[in-house]
Design a binder for this molecule. Sequence first.
Ligand code: ADP
Ligand code: TRP
Length: 335
Amino acid sequence: MSKQIVLTGIKPTGVPHLGNFLGAIKPAIELANMPEYEARYFIADYHSLNSIRDPEVLKEYTYEVAASWLACGLDPSKALIYRQSDIPETFELTTILMAFTAKGLMNRAHAYKAQVDVNNEKKNPPDHGINMGLYTYPVLMAADILLFDSNLVPVGRDQKQHIEMAQDIAEAINHNYGKPLLTIPEPRINEETETVTGLDGRKMSKSYGNTITLFLPEKKLKKTINKIVTNSQALEEPKDPETCSVFALYKLFATKEEQDKLATVYRAGGMGWGFAKNELFEKINEVLTPIRTRYEELMADKSVIDNILLEGSAKARILAAEKIKVLRNAMGFRV
Ligand code: ADP
Ligand code: TRP
């Protein structure tokens, strides 16, 4: 049986955080290491253009995301890693997909709707601050996915709707031409890590400013973990691990036995939040220390990252060009 194609992208809009790591990067690397999958992981830099308008900042974030993939264990000999902007075929496919995308579908996209809601709340006109890049964001994302005949797209819960939109658009094209020109992708969402909680108990997200970023030096990591919001229960009171953000994060790093042990301490009473936070810090730090070291090495000499990305995009472009040729031919364009 031919290998399944697994593909995902991360926008360079800041240093990745624990939500990105657990929800997308780690599960994606696990898939890349399995022999039945062929992986394509990219940096969605054109998606960032909607919000990042400073060229130096965009460049730096791009390196940070690339270095994160590599530091977290992505092996470039097992997966293609590339910049979205190095694959111009993506943008040709975007134009093709536009013609098959109902405007109503875009009206329902979460990211766009969220911005309209903010505008309504602030009594701004509904389109205030919304550019066509944001409005048509799911079409570009569909092009990223469909260009490589992706079967599986590992992401966090928030991206599910976008992948369903890619399915809808692909089906419209396949239906029109009466053949399976495009592969219908499926989201791969890991139940345990589909929504990692942030410092304030909401979904961890750059847009909420509640993140724990991946490569904080130890002291800063400790300080950030201390900011996790807990309730005001006194030291002696028994505490409920299941409703606690500290424990929710601890669960994602600790073994079952360690979780049971800490849960017992919670329920017994006499445990202060400082203790729980320290347990969490120790666990996270243990996992992140080797990754942080590798990340720092990569960021100190960016030529390694540059070479890996260039090699990845050269290989990806060959595949992309073949796909575009098939589509152009099927649609009546010169090939
Ligand atoms: P952010 O919301 O911080 O801007 P991105 O949208 O760049 O994060 O997300 C990149 C990837 O990480 C996506 O696959 C997304 O689903 C995943 N992800 C982001 N935040 C979380 C979270 N809190 N829990 C699980 N996965 C997440
Ligand atoms: N929209 C994704 C996010 O915000 C990033 C992304 C762009 C992506 N293109 C993609 C994810 C293709 C998976 C597949 O996180």
